[in-house]
Design a protein around this ligand. Structure first.
Ligand code: GLN
Length: 312
């Protein structure tokens, strides 16, 4: 791993964990009732390098639902299924500056703005190919398996909790159906979207998934191609410009690496050619990003010069 990770890296992860473990700012997401049951103290930081080393601290094996971090991976699958040009006709690549759950489409094209906010993610998921709901779900789960290196499953209570309360997402789906951005069967598309969000992963799994994106789409532990390398730049570009919702600009400016957060409290970040970073801590700020997660990534970026445009 020489040259990829500074020797002080593992010790610095411990230091960061210690420094922020008592930071109690933020709130747990409770608009999906099942999510509100999580222990707010959980906290883990993991880094996986492109040569398969994993550094981890805290509750790194604890499972939680992937939520919006799934959008990154589903976008890759939709690109593989349809190619860049077609996907672009259904989902844009423009940051919104609005909240992740804003009910808003591009005035002119009627497309959702980008695949990292809910509307765009639902449209993206509706593009996943398969004969019927089961085949589509299985293709999604198989995609996750390639990234994680083992089978994953959908947490039924989080899935049903979101399905029975997710009327805002349902409203977006109807709006997109109205404009022809989703074809038919919106309940099926929504189910697959809620299932994709309710897949259980650990912080360690997320670091490996992010490392695959840092590694030309190849899982650095199993050596399996998780996503066609052609689409890695598409994925990382939208993560960079849109992954942190209405904090994306400030994140790009300050931290400077492609990233994606989710309301369960995870953040994944990708340092191309080097490593995947994952932080899990369920307390969220007003934009829905993990408070400790943002702090940890900011410190890691500064300390090790990870900002993409840092030329010190
Ligand atoms: N499943 C969640 C939703 O659609 C995901 C949102 C998020 O993680 N920001 O509302």
């Amino acid at each position: 791993i020489l040259g990829i990770i500074a020797p002080s890296f593992p010790a610095f992860l411990d230091e960061l964990h210690c420094k922020y473990k008592n930071l109690g700012d933020g709130a747990i997401a409770d608009y999906i009732p099942e999510l509100s049951k999580v222990n707010p103290d959980l906290f883990s930081i993991c880094v996986a390098t492109v040569d398969g080393e994993v550094y981890q601290v805290g509750d790194f094996n604890r499972l939680f639902t992937i939520q919006s971090m799934s959008k990154v991976f589903a976008y890759g699958l939709a690109l593989e299924d349809h190619g860049r040009d077609y996907v672009l006709t259904r989902v844009g690549v423009e940051p919104t500056g609005d909240a992740f759950n804003a009910i808003i489409l591009d005035e002119q094209s009627k497309r959702p703005y980008n695949p990292m906010v809910n509307a765009g993610a639902i449209a993206t998921t509706s593009l996943i190919k398969g004969k019927g709901a089961t085949e589509r779900l299985n293709r999604m789960l198989d995609m996750y398996r390639r990234y994680v290196g083992k089978d994953v499953y959908v947490d039924m209570s989080v899935f049903t909790s979101e399905r029975s309360t997710g009327h805002r997402n349902r409203a977006m789906a109807h709006l997109m159906l109205n404009f022809g951005m989703i074809d038919g069967h919106i309940e099926e598309a929504l189910d697959l979207y809620f299932q994709q969000c309710a897949v259980m992963v650990s912080c360690r799994d997320l670091a490996v998934m992010a490392a695959a994106l840092a590694n030309k789409g190849v899982n650095p532990i199993t050596g399996e191609q998780a996503v066609d390398s052609r689409y890695v730049k598409d994925i990382l570009s939208v993560m960079y410009t849109c992954g942190m919702y209405n904090f994306a600009g400030e994140w790009a400016y300050k931290i400077g690496i492609p990233a994606k957060s989710g309301v369960s409290g995870g953040i994944i970040a990708v340092v191309p050619g080097k490593m995947g970073i994952a932080v899990f801590s369920p307390l969220l700020d007003s934009r829905g990003n993990s408070v400790r997660g943002v702090k940890v990534c900011e410190e890691l970026s500064q300390k090790f010069g990870l900002h993409m445009f840092d030329c010190r």
